[in-house]
Design a protein around this ligand. Structure first.
Ligand SMILES: [Fe+2]
Ligand SMILES: [Fe+2]
Length: 293
């Protein structure tokens, strides 16, 4: 879809920002993560404050947050790759000199390096990769093959906004391993323009869609966001640490602190969706079910 004339200056500004401020991630020398630090701000652990958490010695909590963050970064890589597939495919035959297409090329370059940076961080944390649930893999297939305009950008934005809130905490927390603090800082800086790009692309698409399509997109965006939020909690992490998944799941389900953190992560996204009239009663119900509202 060609961009409306009035949004072209936004994409030109974003391109200039990318030229001014980008990191060469291949040159960033990440230090080895010391084992006496958390993988992420411990308050972001879905188990934080539960009876299991309270019983755990500090070393076990650190081990847990290192494994949890490795999985979060794995999901981030999965989203970054999906984003590139969808957006490059949709723009394969577009005029490459258009500012929005040029920005997209820049965004894909950023995302590739972010994925490499996160994969290195997972290695350094010593946690490894956690296989995703089949439901999420199937959703990824649907997303890659069928997501259209505003849905593709809004689901991408959902992932970016939630990671942004979390990573702002991690990058400033000296309880957190250096690898995660450093990668979070780089990601927060570079993603701020990706989020501006996604918001603008969503607005461009919404300008010309019918009520019916808006309603359908609103629900599909909520379902996609729900699955990402659910996918962050992976039973393989807890089983790998010798925990009983059923009781872990029940404790996370009852954990009011975890709900509050998820709502905090989703707050900027929900505010944007509300502003753009992409929240209806059913979508709100889905966001509440995923603890995002
Ligand atoms: Fe990224
Ligand atoms: Fe991004």
């Amino acid at each position: 879809m060609a961009v409306p004339e009035h949004s072209a200056p936004v994409y030109e500004d974003l391109l200039r920002s990318a030229q001014r401020l980008s990191f060469d991630l291949r040159r960033i020398d990440l230090e080895d993560s010391d084992r006496d630090r958390h993988g992420m701000t411990p308050e972001w652990s879905p188990l934080f404050g539960t009876p299991t958490w309270t019983r755990m010695p500090e070393a076990a909590r650190r081990e847990l947050t290192r494994c949890e963050v490795a999985h979060y970064l794995g999901v981030a890589i999965w989203l970054e790759v999906a984003l590139q597939i969808v957006l490059l495919r949709r723009n394969h035959s577009a005029d490459p000199t258009r500012p929005d297409v040029k920005f997209l090329f820049n965004e894909c370059a950023d995302e590739n390096l972010h994925s490499l940076m996160f994969a290195d961080a997972i290695d350094r944390l010593g946690a490894g990769h956690y296989r995703l649930d089949r439901s999420l893999i199937f959703t990824g297939w649907l997303f890659r093959n069928f997501a259209w305009g505003e849905i593709a950008y809004a689901i991408v934005l959902a992932g970016e906004e939630m990671f942004d809130v979390m990573q702002r905490d991690w990058m400033a927390d000296d309880r957190v391993a250096e690898t995660v603090r450093r990668t979070s800082y780089v990601h927060v800086v570079e993603e701020s323009r990706h989020m501006a790009f996604a918001r603008q692309r969503i607005r461009d698409h919404l300008e010309r869609i019918s009520r019916t399509r808006r309603c359908l997109s609103t629900i599909l965006i909520a379902v996609g966001t729900h699955l990402i939020a659910k996918g962050l909690i992976n039973r393989r992490i807890y089983r790998g640490l010798g925990m009983e998944w059923r009781s872990v799941r029940a404790e996370i389900g009852r954990n009011e602190h975890h709900r509050m953190m998820y709502r905090r992560a989703a707050a900027p996204l929900v505010a944007f969706l509300d502003e753009e009239d992409l929240l209806n009663g059913f979508a709100r119900w889905i966001y509440r079910k995923s603890n995002l509202l």
